[in-house]
Design a protein around this ligand. Structure first.
Ligand SMILES: Nc1nc2ncc(COP(=O)(O)O)nc2c(=O)[nH]1
Length: 285
């Protein structure tokens, strides 16, 4: 699945690396660092130099408990960054749940719409994505940040997430989105407890059986910190979770992820190449 081509996006025979530029004051893992437009643009270019194949630009924090920003504020944050990075030849995705932001982002040059709500937050989104024709990330989601944790209840998380993603795919296809536009994402950390995230990572093969490219977004998330607590039991902070992210990247790439969404690009760009070399050698046997 890692070599699957998604229209308008690089096809490199390996898992792609999507670098994150959160133009927000409050994202959980890097809130505020790239809130200034010029800083965000420079950071996006740095990520490409580090090896990012795609730069994901988001203007609204999706961390648990986050309060939504206005449409105008989200547009103000992302549009200039997307336009400037596109003008520099960068392949840009827009991380948004809003159809109007997605439409403006594609007009500014975005080549992929990354919708953490999978079309549930804004019912107009699938029609807008259908009209633009760009690839569309349908992520598994069970509600907005403010109360997503109350919905983290599963009897069999892999089966249920796969089934709910299948339903979202059917719904967006019915709105005119084409099969070849769809990319799926299990939504690690979104209405999931740590054990659910690990089960979904172990279930990448099952999720791939849905038949669509898969993005994995584990970078710096809390379940990694909880796995690696400090001596006093304190979960490792996100700022020191890049090494654990790297291990997930290599394993996810080898398990068949189409793309990983990460903050620290350079090391993860190495990890996907290691996974590709290892897979190529094992395929040779
Ligand atoms: N497709 C996709 N998009 C996402 N956007 C934001 C976050 C939250 O993490 P961040 O605040 O560090 O960006 N996670 C995902 C994810 O897992 N998958």
């Amino acid at each position: 699945m890692t070599t699957r081509h998604v229209r308008g996006l690089p096809a490199l025979g390996r898992c792609l690396v999507m670098g994150v530029v959160n133009v927000t004051p409050d994202s959980f893992s890097d809130g505020g660092q790239w809130f200034d437009v010029d800083t965000a643009i420079r950071h996006g270019l740095d990520l490409v130099r580090e090896g990012a194949d795609i730069v994901d630009v988001g203007g609204e924090s999706t961390r648990p408990g986050a309060v939504r920003v206005s449409l105008d504020e989200e547009l103000r944050r992302v549009e200039p960054v997307i336009r400037a990075l596109t003008e520099e030849g960068v392949t840009v995705s827009v991380d948004t749940m809003r159809a109007e932001v997605a439409e403006a982002a594609v007009k500014a040059g975005a080549k992929l719409v990354n919708d953490v709500s999978g079309g549930l937050a804004d019912p107009v989104m699938p029609r807008v994505v259908a009209a633009t024709g760009v690839p569309y990330v349908v992520m598994h989601w069970r509600g907005h940040s403010r109360d997503m944790e109350s919905r983290a209840i599963y009897a069999d998380v892999v089966t249920e997430v796969a089934e709910e993603l299948r339903k979202r795919v059917d719904s967006v296809l019915a709105e005119g989105v084409r099969e070849e536009q769809i990319v799926l994402d299990p939504g690690l950390g979104f209405s999931k407890q740590a054990e659910h995230n690990w089960a979904l990572l172990a279930g990448i093969g099952t999720l791939n059986e849905l038949g669509y490219p898969l993005i994995i977004g584990a970078s710096r998330k809390r379940f990694l910190g909880r796995l690696l607590p400090d001596a006093d039991g304190t979960p490792r902070p996100f700022s020191r979770s890049d090494d654990a992210t790297l291990a997930v990247t290599a394993l996810a790439a080898q398990a068949g992820a189409w793309c990983v969404r990460v903050h620290h690009v350079a090391a993860n760009a190495d990890a996907v190449r290691v996974a590709a070399a290892w897979t190529a050698a094992s395929d040779g046997h």
